[in-house]
Design a protein around this ligand. Structure first.
Ligand code: FEO
Ligand code: CA
Ligand code: CA
Ligand code: CA
Length: 771
């Protein structure tokens, strides 16, 4: 008898066992690099001027102009210092904002965006299909697109009406269903599965803002309102489209798939489209142990393992009377050992090693539907079942893990998965500044322990005439270009290594994975990154591009295995203990780099900010955080068009003291600090120490939430954030540990279900946010 492995979270988060050289080999060679980065006296003024002209989606093509001594007259320039009253750390079950600001809940899980569907009721959770017109769960990355109401098109300057587009990353099953999730007779009920599938994906919500009191509301009967879910039909484009790697029973030629899921961070394009990311997609698939002997090639097995869908050997164990495994006092299974002390694999009748099933997170593949739509559920099982790949869903996992472009202004065309940007656990996707005549870079993180940072550089150069041409512009800028992975050297320099078939060992002779096409390089980007010895990072999450100078910031949220499975290095320098018990890079950091231009193949880097508790030792609290700005596990991050950096947390290491938060920052630039020493004498390079005036806590969230997703109206008078999974530690639907969002207005509420939601924050005097 075999037992099934539980949902394979650790497989999903930790798959980089490649033998890439870490910085340890070159640390001693570290040289001072301060003189590599020269600041000019006029630099700051020139940058401030540029910032007022380079708003995302700005169709002003002189955004690259710099120099001149004119004082910017645009009221929305970057503030010189932060003056709002900092929010104190707290464990309150509601959103707290600075004095003089108001936070209002705008769009919570289950809220209707269609007049035919009623409002959410806690005790009457609506049908699964109705969620095609209701807010999904676990709100995440988000962008505001101004609306030209006369033309029904994108207008980067419009603040009174716009489309708020956001991700619904995953689901909190406990509170999504009337009484939590069920699985009678080992099968998920179809209505529950439909509700869960529909609660994933993306929302497009038409909103309007009152120009006098800044009040924001949803226009519920707008035709722009729309849900994209984990079953919406999507097209593939770019080098992997139309290849056998994407062949399924649904699309034998590999040009289509259904749905997007685990949409985490996001991006947007200057031509007016939204980019969503597919992060922990692999956990949605089942792969039966029998798949080991079903005809998988060695190449397929290597790729499945590297992406977290490998199979584990079924080892023999001591059994209880009922056949379940006996466990030791630590809860670990007690395996049978051979005389040499090795675990003994279970064998089948043909004396072959038996492998365990790798189960899916939500068991969607177990649902039974109508015969003609049964494949909507079958597709979540990646086990080989048919004679060829066009008769089953063995390639299902290859159809996820991409960047997806969505035109919020065009519901008539399918969203497009842009395969030229590679396949991995995509967290975020930020475009470089829109500069006429220059190519775009799209910067992307692979959020898993020890994974890589990538960029794609378009062949095409920016032409502002492409604004409002939707997927046509996407085809132009996102299908053809160069794909790179980052290497950080210990001396503060770095290089982008191109991942191109036939170059840098990416060929048939490769011992890690014998690549036979660019389509394979892109689909198995992690294996390509291993080949060229990319730098293993502490879980790259969001990316932000400084509108002032184009510098690129990446949050590295934390890494419990830094210092053990992953040796420390200058770019991932800390391994220490948290007073509450964690180890490794406990509180995370934000690395940043500067390139000559978006197409550059080299860069200079430093670490802008180290997360820490204010009271931690100086060699941990390397950025000099105090009680007004200390933070842990930076995750969401965005530069607003003025150049204010917003930093959000998804934390578990400081949550004994404070709920997750958002801070505002006014960073300097790469090279404004210098050499520093982390614990264990690990050398690193840190930016200038922060002060209260350039980093300050703006907001705290309700109990057990993550704060993620941030965008603003172009007038900078309304800022939107998402509260994800409040009360996520609740043991059951009738014992919620948070009552937010009800608690936002009724602080004594003790009964309401917790729900993820979008919050809009405005100033009571109608002024500029953080202005
Ligand atoms: Fe979805 Fe890496 O956070
Ligand atoms: Ca995240
Ligand atoms: Ca996270
Ligand atoms: Ca702690």
């Amino acid at each position: 008898m075999t037992y099934q492995t539980p949902y394979h979270e650790d497989q999903e988060l930790d798959n980089n066992d490649s033998s890439n050289v870490h910085f340890r080999d070159i640390l001693e060679k570290r040289i001072s690099r301060r003189n590599l980065i020269k600041k000019t006296a006029s630099g700051a003024a020139a940058l401030a001027l540029a910032s007022s002209l380079t708003a995302c989606g700005d169709d002003d093509d002189n955004s690259n102009s710099s120099g001149g001594n004119t004082t910017p007259t645009d009221p929305n320039t970057r503030p010189e210092k932060l003056t709002f009253s900092p929010v104190e750390k707290n464990l309150d079950d509601w959103v707290t904002v600075p004095e003089g600001y108001t936070a209002s809940v705008l769009y919570a899980m289950g809220d209707s965006i269609h007049p035919a569907f009623g409002a959410w009721e806690d005790n009457n959770v609506p049908s699964g299909p109705s969620f095609q017109f209701r807010s999904g769960d676990c709100h995440d990355g988000m962008s505001f697109f101004g609306l030209d109401t006369a033309k029904g098109q994108f207008d980067a300057t419009a603040s009174e009406q716009g489309l708020l587009v956001m991700n619904h990353e995953y689901i909190n099953q406990t509170f999504l269903h009337p009484q939590g999730p069920t699985k009678p007779n080992g099968r998920r009920p179809e209505d529950e599965v439909i509700r869960e599938v529909n609660a994933h994906g993306v929302s497009v919500v038409h909103i309007k803002k009152d120009n006098t009191n800044q009040k924001v509301e949803i226009i519920q009967n707008s035709l722009f309102n729309r849900r994209i879910t984990a079953s919406t039909v999507m097209d593939f484009n770019g080098p992997v489209a139309n290849t056998t790697l994407l062949a399924t029973q649904y699309s034998p030629v590999g040009t289509k798939t259904r749905g997007t899921h685990n949409n985490c961070g996001n991006g947007y394009t200057p031509w007016g489209t939204y980019l969503t990311t597919e992060e922990n997609f692999i956990g949605y698939f089942k792969r039966a142990g029998a798949d080991e002997y079903a005809g998988r090639s060695e190449k397929e097995k290597i790729a499945l393992k590297r992406y977290g869908l490998g199979l584990s050997i079924d080892y023999l164990y001591e059994k209880n009377a009922d056949g379940t495994p006996k466990k030791n006092e630590k809860g670990q299974i007690i395996y049978l050992l051979d005389p040499a002390g090795n675990k003994i694999p279970n064998k089948d009748e043909q004396n072959r090693t038996v492998y365990l099933d790798t189960n899916s997170r939500y068991a969607w593949e177990t649902a039974i539907g109508e015969a003609e739509s049964q494949d909507l559920y079958d597709r979540w099982d990646a086990t080989i079942k048919g004679a060829t790949a066009t008769q089953d869903f063995r390639n299902g996992p290859n159809t996820f893990g991409w960047i997806v472009e969505i035109d919020p202004f065009n519901a008539g065309q399918n969203p497009v998965k842009r395969t030229a940007l590679g396949r991995f656990a995509h967290e975020d996707c930020r475009a470089s500044r829109a500069i006429e005549g220059q190519p775009f870079a799209f910067y992307m993180g692979d959020d898993s322990r020890g994974e890589y940072i990538y960029k794609f550089v378009s062949d095409a150069t920016w032409d502002p005439k492409d604004i409002n041409t939707g997927y046509r512009a996407g085809d132009k800028y996102m299908n053809n270009g160069k794909f790179y992975v980052a290497q950080f050297n210990d001396d503060g320099t770095g290089q982008w290594v191109e991942l191109a078939y036939g170059q840098n060992g990416l060929n048939e002779q490769n011992s890690i994975y014998p690549f036979s096409s660019q389509a394979e390089v892109l689909t198995f980007a992690r294996l390509a990154g291993d080949t060229v010895k990319a730098t293993k990072m502490d879980r790259p999450e969001w990316v932000a591009v400084n509108p002032e100078n184009g510098e690129v910031y990446v949050t590295l949220t934390n890494n419990s295995n830094r210092g053990t499975a992953y040796t420390t290095d200058a770019a991932n320098p800390r391994n220490y203990s948290d007073p509450e018990g964690g180890k490794g890079n406990v509180n995370g950091h934000i690395i940043r780099f500067k390139e000559e231009n978006s197409a550059a193949e080299t860069f200079e880097w430093d670490i802008y900010l180290f997360g820490a508790e204010a009271a931690m030792a100086e060699n941990i609290n390397l950025s000099g955080l105090n009680d007004n700005n200390d933070l842990s596990s930076p995750d969401g991050m965005w530069f607003d068009p003025r150049g204010v950096l917003w930093i959000q947390t998804d934390d578990g290491a400081y949550t004994d003291t404070t709920n997750c938060m958002m801070l505002a920052a006014l960073p300097g630039q790469v090279g404004d600090g210098g050499a520093a020493t982390a614990p264990n004498e690990q050398a690193t390079i840190v930016g200038a120490k922060v002060t209260d005036e350039n980093l300050r806590r703006f907001l705290t969230g309700p109990a057990e939430c993550e704060i993620t997703g941030v965008t603003m109206t172009p007038d900078h008078k309304a800022i939107f954030i998402n509260v994800q999974h409040p009360g996520e530690d609740s043991k059951s639907y009738d014992a919620p540990t948070s009552h937010w969002p009800a608690s936002q207005t009724d602080r004594t509420n003790q009964t309401a279900r917790p729900r993820s939601a979008t919050v809009v924050i405005t100033r009571n005097d109608g002024g500029l946010i953080a202005g």
